[in-house]
Design a protein around this ligand. Structure first.
Ligand code: SF4
Length: 221
């Protein structure tokens, strides 16, 4: 994790650090890097401010999400299905329209600012310190791939993973796989300790993240 809400989660870097008992790398500095042409940098900055990048409005997982469903690029129910009628309910546009999005944020000094900041208090509390920035991959992993069209539950899943330092894509993919095993009877409610892990059950999905974080096996949950 860098900061509280951004994760370089896909390369297994956390596992490498863990294997070396390395908890964190801290960097501090005060010198500005030299700029070859300061005036040109200012010009470019003004151009970017005058012509905002399309990602500045919704970030990833915005209005293009329904198109991804139509073209078969959206993972649905453990990559098994193609259609997800609730897709419009889980986009960055829906985040803005529903009022749960506070605004946009960005990485240090970036003019694009493609990061959505989400905050709400019911039915769950989502802390924007951890809960900002549900990206396309997170929306797809906890949303369509788990058969879940509940935007607030997806944002809560994102917040929990940010707080626990869990990779959202792997967590969502693992839960979707487990949901398919459950649907096919390879896992039963006895195996899951009473958790009804059917596709679309957002409460079970959130509970599964808690279990992953606590490293509890199903039988003892
Ligand atoms: S640097 Fe950060 S804020 Fe800027 S476009 Fe890339 S991911 Fe988005």
């Amino acid at each position: 994790m860098h900061g509280l809400h951004d994760a370089a989660g896909r390369g297994g870097l956390g596992a490498v650090m863990g294997s070396k008992n390395l908890k964190a790398v801290a960097v501090r500095g005060h010198n500005l890097p030299p700029v070859a042409d300061e005036e040109r940098i200012k010009e470019i900055r003004q151009q970017l401010i005058a012509n905002p990048h399309p990602m500045s409005q919704y970030g990833t997982g915005g209005p293009e999400l329904p198109g991804m469903e139509i073209t078969g690029n959206l993972p649905v129910r453990n990559f098994r299905d193609g259609l997800f009628p609730e897709v419009k309910d889980i986009t960055g546009v829906a985040m803005k329209d529903s009022g749960i999005r506070l605004g946009m944020d960005g990485c240090f000094a970036c003019a694009v600012r493609c990061k959505k900041v989400v905050k709400f208090d019911e039915p769950y509390i989502v802390d924007p310190d951890y809960g900002r920035r549900p990206e396309y991959e997170t929306i797809a992993a906890f949303g369509s791939n788990c058969g879940i069209g509940n935007l607030k539950a997806i944002c809560k899943a994102n917040e929990l993973c940010g707080a626990y330092g869990i990779d959202t894509i792997s967590a969502g993919g693992s839960i979707a796989f487990t949901m398919e095993c459950f649907e096919k009877g390879l896992l039963t409610i006895k195996d899951t300790g009473g958790l009804d892990l059917r596709f679309g059950n957002h409460e079970a999905m959130l509970q599964a993240i808690e279990l992953i974080n606590k490293r509890k096996d199903w039988a003892n949950c």
